[in-house]
Design a protein around this ligand. Sequence first.
Ligand SMILES: O=C(O)CCC(=O)C(=O)O
Length: 290
Amino acid sequence: MRQQGASEARESLPRTHFLDEAVNQEMSEQGFAILPNPVSAQTVAALIDLYQAVIAEVGRDNSGVFLPSMMISRLDLRARIWDGVRAILGPIFDPLFAPETTTVVGGSFVSKPGAQNSARNPHQDPSVFDETREVSISLWIPLTDSHSANGTLYLLPGSHRMRNRVRPPDVDSLDSEVSTYALNESVPVELSAGQVLVIDGAVIHHSPANTSNTERVAAICALIPPSCEMRYARSQNGTTEGTAQIYNVGEEMYRSGNLVTPSLDPACLVEKSPYRLATMADLEASLATS
Ligand SMILES: O=C(O)CCC(=O)C(=O)O
């Protein structure tokens, strides 16, 4: 009886569009999957070159905290990374999807220096697509081997089914109990440089501090699902619960726009939706459907 309910709950959720049905199945069940083939050493080298060229311009950050390149204030450099990642990874990943479904739209880097403050707490990614229609996925590709000691990713299998589909970027989407549960129960994904982890933006993930003395950098490849516009969910003045205003902003905002204090065109407002912190009840319901 429970099995039937579980599969019905899964079937009602959108699915990914990989040609490899095993990857779609794993994404549906776990909320993440490792692709069968890594990218080549030359591709890793090209991504490292792109990253180093930008670091040479902005200067090395010595704060010791986890740093996403999406937060670089030089918008021209953000655009250079976005376009550069697309140029390197588009030809590799576009053919992995059914025709006219998902395509590489751009990308960024995340840097985790070897420092005590470099942990990234459990979170879900902000919602940037209409997740009632399509799964929002990205690819995480470490440029060095990534393991527990240098702060690899940990993910909580099945947590992508919580259905809290509106997640403004400036507000946590998880209450403290869920966050603590995720810290204790998530599974580490250890990867060699160039291996490719597909992540559903709704799956809970985190990374502990990098306790090695070498920076751990990963490329993030952003993908756009079929017939979806990129969105921005504006919170209600940063409160943890409220009604979000959702704008169709298009790719340009994520490529080179101000993501901290965006100016949003009222004509692009497409939806108003409630949002709140996900609770253990939400998580238990989501895990029960696995
Ligand atoms: O690279 C990491 O350690 C975390 C990346 C991540 O969770 C994110 O960018 O959302």
